[in-house]
Design a protein around this ligand. Structure first.
Ligand code: NAD
Length: 493
C-alpha cells in the first residue's frame, strides 16, 4: 500500500495556548517545539509560569466538588462522547505525534489506538465502582465502605509516549471524579493540547481539566506540590525526578503514583523459539528508537543459543530502515541533539566496559537527530552495567551459562518495571516468571501494554499501577462510614 507522505507541517487547528478554567490562553513568553527529524521549529506554544499553574490549580479546586457529584452515567456519557471525537481525529493525532516526537507514523497510529482503548476502558469502569456493606464486628452498627475521589491531581507526563501517557493518567483521574492540572512534556506539548481539546469539545466542564506547558518544570511543580489543596501527584518519567516529587509529596502527605525508569532484562533460554525471540527483541528494543521505559535493556541469552540469536538479531537490526517517520521507516530520530550526544557517550562507555560493537555505533550525518541502530555484544555478564537505563536504539547482549545465572543477573538491578522471558517450557516459564523481581513479565512476547492489565513497576521503577482494575483506584480512596443502628427489637416493636 502506498502511504501518503505528510507535508511535515503542523495543522493550524492544534491549540498553542495553556488551557485554564475552560479557556485557551496565550502567554507573553513562548517555548519552541522542534521536529526531531529535521531539527526545525514546528511551533511555538505558550510557556506557563508558576502563577499560571496556580491559577490552573485554583480552577481544579473550584471544579472538584461539582465534578465528583456528576452522576456516574453522565460522567461516562462525557467519556463516550470524547472517545468518539478522539477516533474522528485519529489522523491528526498520529501526524502530530510523529511531527513532535519523531516516531514512525505506524507507531503513532499504534499508540493512538492503545490510548483510545485505555480511555474507553476507564469510561467503562465509571459505572462499576462498588463499595461494601458489612456488620460491625460486635454488632450495633454497619460498615459502609465506598470509594471517593482523592481530590485535585497534578499529572506530569514524559515525551516518549505523548498521547498514551496523558490519556492513561487523565482517563483514570477524571473517571474517578478527580479534577486535574496536567503538565505536558516541553518536547511534546501539542499532542497534550489536542487531547485536552477533545475533552473541551466533548463538554467536560470548565476547570475539570487544565493544561500547562512550561520550561520551568521544577519551579511549577514545586509550587503546586507545596499547596495543600493538591491531593495527588501522578508522574511518569525518570526515577530521579520521581524521587524529588516524592520528597515534595511528603510535606502534605500527597498521594503519589510513580511510573519511573526501567532496566528490562530480555532472557532467551536454550529451548526458546529463536526466530520468535529475535523478532520480539527487535520490536522491544527498537520501537520508539529504544526510548521506552519497558524496552529490552539487557538481552541475556543462554550460551548454547547465543551465537545463533546474535547473528540473526544483528541481521535484523541491519535491515531496519531509519529516517523521517512520515516515510516508510522502522526507526525514527532520537528526541533531541542533547539526547543523541548522551547516546554517543553511552556507546563509548559500553565499549570501554568490554562490549564489542557488532553493528551501528555512530550518529547519522545530516538533518535531524538520527542514530544508527546498534548492537553491542559482551562475552560475559557484567554487573557494572546493571542499573544503566540505555533509553536508546542500542542493544546490549550478554551470554548466561544457565537459567539460574540469567535470573540472578536479571534481578541484579535497582529497577523492577518489565522483564521478558523466552522459553517453550511452561515449568521454566513459571519458575523464572515468579522469581523475576519486576512488576510485569512478558512470556514469549515483547509487548505487554493493555488497558485491562495493571501496568507498573516495583523497586526504583515506581509505585502504583495504570490500567486494569487497579488503575482507577490510584485516584480513589476508601471512605468508611460507621452507621449506628438500633437493635431490631427496638425498631420493630
Ligand atoms: P524526565 O523525568 O526528565 O521528565 C518527565 C517529565 O517530568 C517531563 O514532563 C518533565 O518536564 C518533568 N520534569 C522534569 N524535571 C522535573 C522536576 N524537577 N519536577 C517536576 N517535573 C519535572 O523524563 P524523560 O526524559 O522525559 O522521560 C524518560 C524517562 O521516563 C525514562 O527514565 C523512562 O524510563 C521513564 N518512563 C517511564 C514510564 C513508565 O511507565 N514507567 C513510561 C515512559 C517513560
Amino acid at each position: 500500500m502506498q502511504m501518503k507522505v505528510h507535508n511535515g507541517r503542523l495543522n493550524d487547528t492544534v491549540p498553542r495556548g495553556l488551557f485554564i478554567n475552560g479557556t485557551w490562553r496565550a502567554t507573553q513568553d513562548t517555548l519552541d517545539v522542534l521536529d526531531p527529524a529535521t531539527g526545525s521549529v514546528l511551533a511555538q506554544v505558550a510557556n506557563g509560569s508558576v502563577d499560571d499553574a496556580m491559577e490552573a490549580l485554583d480552577a481544579a479546586v473550584a471544579a472538584q466538588h461539582a465534578w465528583r457529584s456528576v452522576s456516574p452515567r453522565a460522567r461516562a456519557n462525557l467519556f463516550h462522547q470524547a472517545h468518539a471525537l478522539l477516533v474522528q481525529r485519529a489522523d491528526l493525532f498520529a501526524e502530530t505525534m510523529t511531527l513532535e516526537s519523531g516516531k514512525p507514523l505506524a507507531e503513532s497510529r499504534g499508540e493512538f489506538k492503545l490510548s483510545a482503548e485505555f480511555f474507553l476502558w476507564y469510561a467503562e469502569q465509571i459505572a462499576h465502582l462498588h463499595g461494601t456493606y458489612a456488620d460491625g464486628s460486635h454488632g450495633g452498627y454497619r460498615i459502609v465502605a465506598s470509594h471517593q475521589p482523592v481530590g485535585p491531581c497534578l499529572l506530569i507526563t514524559p515525551w516518549n509516549f505523548p498521547l498514551l501517557m496523558i490519556a492513561r493518567k487523565a482517563g483514570a483521574a477524571l473517571a474517578a471524579g478527580c479534577t486535574v492540572v496536567t503538565k505536558s512534556a516541553s518536547e511534546t506539548p501539542l499532542t497534550s493540547a489536542l487531547f485536552v481539546k477533545v475533552l473541551e469539545d466533548a463538554g467536560f466542564p470548565a476547570g475539570v481539566i487544565n493544561l500547562v506547558h512550561t520550561t520551568d518544570a521544577s519551579g511549577v511543580s514545586a509550587a503546586l506540590m507545596a499547596d495543600r489543596r493538591l491531593r495527588k501527584v501522578s508522574f511518569t518519567g525518570s526515577t530521579g525526578v520521581g524521587s524529588t516529587l516524592l520528597a515534595q509529596a511528603s510535606k502534605h502527605i500527597i498521594n503519589a503514583s510513580m511510573e519511573l525508569g526501567g532496566d528490562g532484562p530480555f532472557i532467551v533460554l536454550d529451548d526458546a523459539d529463536i526466530d520468535a525471540a529475535v523478532e520480539h527483541a527487535i520490536v522491544c528494543k527498537f520501537r520508539n528508537a529504544g526510548q521506552a521505559c519497558v524496552a529490552a535493556n539487557r538481552i541475556i541469552v543462554h550460551e548454547a543459543v547465543e551465537a545463533e540469536f546474535t547473528r540473526k538479531f544483528v541481521e535484523r537490526t541491519e535491515s531496519l530502515r531509519v529516517g523521517n517517520g512520515f516515510e516508510a521507516v522502522d526507526v525514527g530520530p532520537i528526541i533531541s541533539e542533547r539526547q543523541r550526544q548522551r547516546v554517543q557517550r553511552l556507546v563509548a562507555q559500553l565499549a570501554e566496559s568490554g562490549g564489542q560493537v557488532l553493528t551501528g555505533g555512530a550518529p547519522i550525518e545530516g538533518d535531524g537527530y538520527f542514530y544508527q541502530p546498534t548492537v553491542i555484544r559482551f562475552t560475559q555478564i557484567n554487573a557494572a552495567l546493571c542499573d544503566e537505563e540505555l533509553f536508546a536504539p542500542v542493544a546490549a547482549i550478554f551470554p548466561a551459562r544457565s537459567a539460574a545465572e540469567a535470573l540472578a543477573f536479571a534481578n541484579d538491578t535497582r529497577y523492577g518495571l518489565a522483564a521478558y522471558l523466552f522459553t517453550q517450557d511452561i515449568s521454566r516459564a513459571i519458575a523464572l516468571g515468579e522469581r523475576l523481581d519486576f512488576g510485569m513479565v512478558g512470556i514469549n512476547r515483547g509487548i505487554m501494554a493493555d488497558p485491562a492489565a495493571p501496568f507498573g513497576g516495583i523497586k526504583a521503577s515506581g509505585l502504583g499501577r495504570e490500567g486494569g482494575h487497579d488503575g482507577i483506584y490510584e485516584f480513589l480512596e476508601p471512605k468508611y462510614m460507621a452507621l449506628t443502628v438500633k437493635r431490631e427489637e427496638e425498631v420493630l416493636a
